[in-house]
Write a protein that binds this ligand. Structure first.
Ligand SMILES: C[S@@+](CC[C@H](N)C(=O)[O-])C[C@H]1O[C@@H](n2cnc3c(N)ncnc32)[C@H](O)[C@@H]1O
Length: 284
């Protein structure tokens, strides 16, 4: 286990070419303060109040720059991932559905093949807003307000209840055939002997959101369930492989790797999350 409390854009260039078996990561989503200048304290403070940032529910502040910034940022770190992954190595990147396309294009533009998108199904909360308060503040007669409110009946802003997140499955181009690549580099094939709920792994995974206990240990705003990360580690790596997470957060990928006997390199910018990750991985 090698853990670094650093900016991954500083650490990744120091890693050797073709040395990593698999990258599994959950980068900043570039929504509502969760960009490359992610500020834990400010964000946690606002979200803890009521799940609202800048008067809108988390994740719903619409700014056309978000997608562009996500693309540019993904391009920068993905270039390094492409260099350090072994040929045929898998690159798994979590995404918020609204901006997934930007992330996918950047990953493809640095040379990866997009093999699939894995959908993590979880139970989400409604975030759509009624517009009644807006109508009630309009400078029109009460009768007109009633008429508008009746016509809006049940209508809210365009935010469906978020019940999935998506994980891009990209692969660095292989060195020869699948078998030749496997013989030379030991990566590039998926372990379908690992079953999920007794079934062959599919590109949809039903995993409940992190339990109360997991949440308490992690204290991360966007933590992933350990079970989900274990599914990915089991399917896309083998024992003793080197797995990298360059946006480690509270270390969930690291915990999954420790549980499953994989080597792990974790990078996290925020000192508070870094310390939580270190403790969780040590305790695993
Ligand atoms: C979506 S969260 C990861 C959460 C993680 N999956 C978990 O279960 O705890 C993204 C993390 O990336 C970190 N981060 C943002 N920019 C970074 C950078 N340039 N280098 C390293 N870490 C960064 C943030 O501090 C945040 O903890």
């Amino acid at each position: 286990m090698k853990l670094f409390c650093e900016d991954c854009l500083y650490r990744l260039p120091k890693i050797e070419n073709n040395s990593i078996d698999c990258v599994i990561t959950d980068p900043p989503y570039f929504i509502d303060g969760m960009g490359d200048n992610w500020d834990t304290k400010e964000l946690t403070k606002s979200v803890k109040k009521s799940g609202i940032i800048g008067s809108l529910p988390v994740g719903m502040k619409f700014d056309p720059q978000q997608g562009k910034k996500l693309y540019d940022f993904t391009l920068k770190y993905s270039k390094e991932i492409f260099r350090i992954l072994k040929p045929g190595g898998f690159f798994l990147v979590c995404n918020q559905p609204r901006l997934l396309h930007r992330s996918a294009c950047a990953i493809e533009d640095v040379g990866f093949e997009i093999r699939d998108v894995i959908t993590w199904i979880r139970n989400g909360q409604g975030k759509a807003f009624s517009q009644d308060h807006f109508v009630k503040r309009m400078k029109i007669s009460e009768e007109e307000k009633v008429e508008i409110l009746n016509s809006l009946s049940g209508r809210k802003t365009p935010q469906l209840r978020g019940c999935h997140e998506d994980i891009i499955l990209a692969q660095k181009p292989k060195d020869g055939t699948f078998v030749e690549n496997w013989m030379k580099w030991g990566v590039g094939l998926v372990d379908f002997s690992y079953k999920i709920d007794d079934l062959m792994a599919a590109n949809v995974m039903n995993v409940p959101k992190p339990s109360g206990k997991e949440r308490k240990e992690s204290d991360h705003l966007t933590m992933k369930p350990i079970k989900l990360m274990e599914h990915l580690v089991n399917l896309f790596t083998k024992e003793n492989d080197v797995v990298l997470d360059c946006f480690m957060g509270s270390g969930t990928t690291g915990v999954a790797c420790k549980n499953l006997n994989r080597n792990f390199i974790g990078i996290e910018l925020d000192e508070n999350y870094f310390n939580i990750a270190k403790e969780r991985i040590e305790n695993a």
